[in-house]
Design a protein around this ligand. Structure first.
Ligand SMILES: [Zn+2]
Length: 414
């Protein structure tokens, strides 16, 4: 697909220097070009700059888009979601609104395990049908790449069913999809007395089977009190690493047990959540170059504390924002909304929020060589917004202003 986009009022490149991620003060530098043109050849960006400087020869067969009055941003990279599930949990939302805590609801049969029961009962076809609707909504709201985790099967056949569904969606959908195995999302009800046996099942059977079939890009573990201990997480993640699989962690969400320090020690690509991260965890992530992925929508939806994003940025750790879209703790996949919450509640600047939701999200998926910024050589994942300037995307919240979406060079009009 060849496409020439002219007269862009404001082009937010995020990065123009081939950076893998941005950290510290450079998160505020968005590489903005006014009155810009972008040339896309074979789905990839081949030129960006001011329209007045454009002198390239264009291919014979090319479509043109006049983006007059529009603001262009890289497509968002939502690097942490649980977008494949069955059933919804409106009843829990109502209970929480009436004052019940997430833990009280979980012990009354709600929480992750209620979604596990629904996913086990669903066919792969049903799971994919549910997910397609969400993926379409994500793309319409500007997310061009999304990570999806398993973790609602919690046994061998149902975890494999989820991973197969994610991989099949990746083959058929336009939105980019990264597949993460999260067999250690919660302790399965069948293994509450012998969690070690489930850890062994993951390490000796499920992970090797998925790795042989190249069915996963990442292995993730929910490491926290009441879930998987630091030692159990280490066992699973070392097994994944031995198989050549990159790792991620749900770390420091509910309590501080040393999860982000473990993530750094094991060379995880990202440590996610971090509501309870301490100074040792922040220092460890900084030394390891691990991306700190914060999930502002979860704190908002559960009305709980936010991750110390300012402190994390101040320490020079690259920070990413993701939605954590899931039926229990955040039923929204709107990245612009997550960015607004990050600005109002975590005190990010709009510029930091944009960097965190694009380039740094791509880095959290080992994909910043391909997407996350608008620069020559990368695939053309660009959203055009009908707003006065780029800050409006975060400021004028709750409404989707995407006018055109370009995914891998393909122009979609909505
Ligand atoms: Zn999660």
């Amino acid at each position: 697909m060849n496409l020439l986009i002219k007269n862009i009022k404001q082009l937010v490149t995020v990065s123009a220097a081939g950076k893998r991620f941005k950290a510290g003060p450079e998160m505020n530098d968005l590489g903005i070009v006014e009155n810009a043109t972008v040339l896309i050849e074979n789905g990839r960006i081949s030129w960006t700059g001011r329209t007045s400087d454009f002198e390239q020869t264009v291919p014979d067969s090319i479509d043109t888009l006049d983006a007059e009055g529009l603001v262009a941003l890289p497509g968002f990279v939502d690097s942490h979601t649980h977008a494949l599930f069955a059933g919804t949990r409106e009843n829990e939302f109502a209970l929480r609104s009436a004052g019940k805590s997430y833990t009280e609801i979980a012990s009354a049969g709600g929480g992750i395990l209620s979604t596990v029961a629904a996913v086990r009962a669903a066919t792969k076809k049903e799971l994919k049908k549910n997910a397609r609707k969400h993926l379409d909504g994500m793309l319409r709201s500007g997310t061009t790449t999304v990570e999806i985790k398993s973790g609602y099967g919690l046994n061998e056949p149902d975890e494999i069913k989820m991973m197969d569904a994610i991989n099949e969606l990746a083959d058929e959908q336009l939105i980019g999809i990264a597949a993460t195995f999260l067999g250690a999302h919660a302790v399965p009800p069948e293994y509450t007395e012998n969690t070690g046996e489930y850890v062994q099942l993951i390490c000796s059977r499920i992970l090797p089977y998925l790795a042989r079939r190249k069915a996963l890009q990442f292995c993730d573990v929910f490491c926290d009190n009441g879930f998987f201990s630091v030692d159990q997480a280490r066992t699973i993640l070392e097994a994944a690493r031995t198989l050549g699989i990159s790792i991620k962690m749900h770390a420091d969400q509910l309590s501080q047990i040393g999860a982000s320090v473990l993530a750094a020690e094991l060379g995880a690509v990202s440590a996610d959540h971090l509501e309870k991260i301490d100074d040792a965890g922040i220092a460890a992530l900084q030394r390891a170059g691990t991306i700190a992925t914060v999930l502002p929508g979860v704190s908002f939806f559960l009305n709980e504390e936010y991750s110390p994003a300012r402190k994390i940025i101040g320490a020079g750790v690259p920070l990413a924002i993701a939605s954590d879209f899931n039926p229990g703790s955040n039923m929204s996949f709107s990245m612009p909304l997550m960015m607004t919450i990050a600005c109002t509640q975590m005190r990010l600047t709009p510029e930091e929020a944009i960097t965190a939701a694009t380039l740094n999200g791509a880095a959290a998926l080992n994909m910043s060589g391909q997407t996350g910024s608008i620069e020559p050589g990368k695939q053309a994942d660009i959203i055009f917004y009908d707003v006065p300037n780029y800050r409006s995307i975060v400021y004028h919240y709750g409404t989707n202003f995407a006018a055109h979406i370009v995914k891998h060079g393909t122009l979609l009009d909505y």
